[in-house]
Design a protein around this ligand. Structure first.
Ligand code: EPU
Length: 328
């Protein structure tokens, strides 16, 4: 007999259950849950689009049903928009583009909700969430008190923040305040984005171009389970890059943070994993950075595939790639 009754939503499509699944509609209700479940194992999730559940969850899953956004102030150039944590990020972006408000359009079609996207500092096509986050509003798990973190206090990095490190599990982001633009200055320098967008684009034109590119490369979550990129792109010392570049023709790379970022997709492809499977888990043929649930994969299949890929990248290139997906 199991006492895990509640299916946990997760885009990987893992058939996992939790002992309790509690959804709240207001900050007050969240505070009540925190009191009610004090001392229990708690996990707050968004859409479950960046999680790999390795087994059933013997605790309480919290999820927000707060899904609104409001303008909190504006001046001649900027608008401060406060969004609830449970709002689907892409729905917010669609609405903002319709209003001609820009800043988030490059992040179109990223699965997930506002709160989790601010923990993870999601990014795509040359923009990261941190570039437009003014501050986040939170509740402390310990006592339900409110605390606002400025952008700087969130200590954002590549797919990283204080909420994934020192303060992991300690605060729940309830709202994200974005500082967005009334005048559009498109950011089109990543990859082939400029080529996809016509002349004098609107935020909606950029949004549509990003969606077209993503659809070509990335699996549609409604059709094929995944958690987006499974690994982070490693940043290596220049000497390591130079060694690899001496043996391979045209190694894709980008200068970053004093090192060289080499796409994990390229490293994985060189190791021959593109399109390969272990059990029901597959390294996605169009973008090997993504692992997919191709055929009723178990968490063990996905972990075995991820481990095998990491091991091969390590032994072929001496580079450690690490998951960006959180194992629970
Ligand atoms: N590449 C290959 N083989 C492939 C595919 C790509 O070698 O089959 C190499 C190419 O050199 C390509 C490079 O990888 O130029 C980069 O590929 P891509 O532009 O698709 O981006 P990425 O670095 O693989 C990152 C993000 C994605 C985001 C894209 C676009 C991470 C971990 N991933 O992927 O984010 O959409 O850039 O900005 O940084 C996600 O986080 O879930 C996600 C999808």
């Amino acid at each position: 007999m199991t006492n895990h009754h509640f299916p946990i939503p997760n885009t990987f499509g893992m058939p996992v259950k939790a002992r309790v699944y509690a959804e709240y509609r207001s900050v007050e209700e969240l505070r009540e849950f925190l009191l009610q479940f004090r001392g229990e194992k708690l996990l707050h999730i968004g859409a479950g689009s960046n999680l790999l559940f390795t087994s059933d969850f013997n605790g309480v899953i919290l999820h927000s049903a707060m899904r609104r956004a409001r303008c909190v102030s504006e001046d001649a150039d900027h608008v401060l928009i406060e969004a609830d944590n449970g709002l689907v990020l892409d729905e917010l972006i669609a609405q903002l583009c319709d209003m001609g408000i820009s800043g988030l359009e490059n992040l179109s079609y990223i699965p997930g909700e506002v709160g989790a996207s601010a923990v993870q500092n999601v990014g795509a096509y040359g923009v990261e969430a941190k570039d437009v986050i003014d501050s986040v509003r939170t509740l402390a798990v310990a006592d339900g008190s409110e605390r606002i973190f400025t952008n700087e206090e969130c200590r954002y990095g590549y797919r990283d923040s204080i909420f994934k490190n020192e303060l992991k599990g300690k605060y729940i982001i309830t709202h994200v305040v974005y500082r967005l633009n009334k005048h559009f200055a498109p950011r089109l320098d990543y990859g082939n984005l400029r080529g996809e967008v016509g002349a004098n684009p609107t935020p909606t034109d950029v949004r549509e171009a990003v969606i077209r590119i993503r659809r070509q490369k990335l699996p549609e979550i409604s059709e094929l389970g995944s958690a987006g990129s499974f690994f982070k792109n490693p940043i290596v010392p220049r000497e390591i890059y130079d060694e690899i570049a001496a043996s391979y023709e045209r190694v894709p790379h980008f200068e970053q943070d004093g090192g060289v970022k080499i796409p994990a997709a390229w490293l994985i492809e060189q190791c021959g994993w593109k399109g390969k499977s272990i059990g029901g888990a597959q390294c996605y043929p169009k973008q090997p950075l993504v692992l997919v649930n191709a055929n009723n994969a178990t968490p063990q299949d996905v972990m075995a595939l991820a481990d095998a890929i990491c091991k091969d990248v390590q032994s072929k290139f001496g580079i450690t790639i690490s998951p960006e997906v959180n194992y629970i």
